[in-house]
Every structure is written in C-alpha cells, then in structure tokens.
Design a binder for this molecule. Structure first.
Ligand code: TXA
Ligand code: MG
Length: 323
C-alpha cells in the first residue's frame, strides 16, 4: 500500500467513506481515522498500529448533535463539560449505544467521544458525516505524532493517506474523563486540568491509581516509549541551579544526552530545549523524543514539573516514558 499525502479535505473524506485509513491532524496529536461503523476498517487500525485489541478507540464527531446516537445517557455535568470545552482536547466516556461497534470500544459498554478543535479535520468529519474512530497515529508504544512527518515515520505503507498540516498545537493527547459516575473522573490528564473540570463539577477527581486497569485500559500499557532512557532531573530554577546540579557519573562520559525543561541545566547536552512555559514544554515533548532518537541520543533528561495545569499531563507522559 502506498501512503498518499493529502491536502484536500474532500479527498480525505472520500477515502474514509470507502473504509480507508487516513491520518488526520487534531489540536492534540495526529489521529489514525476510520469510519467507526466499519469493523473491518477498525481492525485495520489495530493492525496498522500493532495495538493491543483490548485498548478502546476514541470516536470523533464534528457536531454535538451526533452524540445522541452514540450513547444511552449523558449526565448534566457531561453536557456542561461539552458546552465549555468542545471543540477541544477533552474526551468524554459515556455509556455506549447498542449500535456502537464493540470492536472500536474493545468490548466495553462505554465509548470515548470528542470533537477535535482543528478546522480541516472538522471539515473532513463533516464531509464524512459519520462518527470516526481515531487513536493516536503512532505505532503502539511510540510517542504520539505531532507532525505529519512523524506519522509517516511510523505508518508509511501501512495506511492509505496522511493529511498534511502544520504541527499540532497542544502536543499531548486529550484529557479523558469518565462520565458514567455521579462525578467526573479523569482517566488520562491532558491540557484541560482537574481545576478546569472542578469548575463544572466540584467533586471531580483524578482516577485512583488502584482503579487504573478496569477504567482506562490504555493506561496499563507502557506508552510513549522512546528508544533512549528517560530520567527526571532538577528542577533547576535560578536559586537551586548549583545545589541541584547532578554531575554526570564517570560512566556517563561519551553518552550523548538530551535535555528538555523550563530552565537551563548544568552539564553538557547534545540537544537542549528550554521551553518558556509548561504549555511550550508539552508542545515540544514528543517531537523532542523523536529528534533525540534520530540523533542517536541514548539518555534523555526531563526537568521536573509543577503538578498544575498541563503539568499533570507532562508528569503522566514523562513518567510513563521513564517506565
Ligand atoms: O487527543 C487524543 O485523544 C488523540 C486524538 C487523535 O484525538 N487520540 C488518542 O487516542 O490519544 P488513543 O487511542 O491513543 O488514546 C485513547 C485513550 C486510551 O488510553 C484509551 O484506553 C482511552 O482513551 N479510552 C478510549 N475509550 C475508552 C473507554 N470507553 N473507557 C475508558 N477509556 C477509554
Ligand atoms: Mg495513543
């Protein structure tokens, strides 16, 4: 299969309608899309990614009006979350209607749904006119792609087309919120934080790590795994630079290292990204992992982050990359 590079939304919609696989940009990361009502196409998504069959896919829609056909009930707080954040980096997990493919939900009776905030992709979704399943467009276990080139690195020859568009704005995947209980439970942190969700429902909380496997199958896998070793370092703010410096051990000599953080670190790095905000750190992280890999960097240092705003999502992704 030759993977085509597209810039025409009508062409992307035609391929999807015909049961094909198209990587589409969103504001978070690129997704690998197929019609959600076509079990054959859904199975090809799992094959192309090498994804475990028990990890459910998110269903993407263009308009909130498409929600009613996908789920059996929507709590009041979920409607308010949607009204506040859609289109945007928020996935709502709701009780699935009978007609939702259990191949897409990996056998679960719940379905994750979101409206992505990306003009061309919303145009594609409108033209298809059907709910569209899309996991991140990486090979399973690799960092999610934030550029079309990264999609090609992982999936060239395995999917029908990639929609060409600029780097994704957020750079980390959506906040996934379980809306099947009395109050929202964050299953996967993202750009929309607990504080944002508590503004809608004060009893919202993060998932208890002990509940992890049952409620969010994806979080059991070791995701976001670059080839290099990933380690937490710092933080290196002005006051602590000297005290916190972690001199390289003798065995470190000769190993090329990369660093990403908010502050300049002590020590020598072959590749250095100093981000001006937590948002900028998040925006660069997965791309930085891939750059390090291409440069043969075998050890990646990530500066510790405050657990506020998107910091919680950074903490989650980097901790999982560190294993
Ligand atoms: O930002 C995003 O969410 C991107 C873009 C493409 O929309 N998509 C994405 O999909 O990150 P994926 O498949 O890589 O991650 C989906 C996560 C997984 O952790 C999965 O377990 C969880 O959402 N999920 C999906 N449906 C679920 C459900 N019914 N119940 C619990 N967790 C669910
Ligand atoms: Mg993924």
């Amino acid at each position: 299969m030759i993977t085509r590079l597209l810039t025409d939304t009508a062409e992307a919609a035609r391929i999807l309608e015909g049961g094909g696989l198209v990587a589409i940009p969103t504001e978070t990361v690129f997704g690998l899309a197929a019609r959600a009502d076509d079990d054959g196409a859904i199975k090809r998504i799992f094959q192309a990614k090498g994804r475990p069959q028990d990890n459910p896919l998110i269903v993407h829609i263009a308009e909130e009006g498409q929600l009613a056909a996908l789920c059996t009930s929507v709590p009041e707080y979920a409607r308010r979350l949607a009204a506040s954040w859609w289109p945007g980096p928020l996935t709502l997990v709701l009780p699935a209607a009978d007609q939702v493919s259990r191949t897409a939900t990996a056998g679960l009776d719940t379905v994750g749904i979101r409206i992505p905030d990306h003009p061309e992709t919303r145009d594609i979704l409108r033209k298809v006119g059907l709910p569209t399943a899309a996991p991140s467009a990486n090979r399973s276990g690799r960092p999610s792609p934030t550029t079309w080139e990264a999609v090609r690195e992982d999936l060239d020859g395995r999917i029908d087309a990639v929609f060409k568009s600029g780097p994704t704005a957020v750079g980390l995947e959506s906040t996934v919120v379980d809306c099947t209980c009395d109050a929202p439970i964050i299953l996967r942190p993202g750009a929309i934080s607990l504080t944002d969700i508590q503004a809608i429902h004060p009893e919202a909380r993060h998932r208890d790590p002990a509940e992890a496997v049952g409620r969010s199958p994806g979080t059991r896998y070791r995701h976001y795994q670059p080839e290099a070793i990933v380690r937490w370092v710092g933080p290196f703010d002005q006051a602590t630079t000297d005290a916190a410096s972690e001199p390289g051990e003798p065995s470190d000599r000769g190993i090329k290292k990369g660093y990403i953080g908010l502050n300049a670190p002590p020590g020598d790095y072959a590749r250095l990204v100093i981000a001006t905000s937590l948002e900028a750190y998040a925006h660069r992280l997965f791309h930085f992992f891939r750059e390090c890999e291409q440069e043969g960097i075998m050890e990646i240092h990530c500066e510790r982050v405050p657990l506020k705003g998107i910091g919680m999502a950074l903490y989650d992704r980097i901790s999982r990359a560190a294993g």
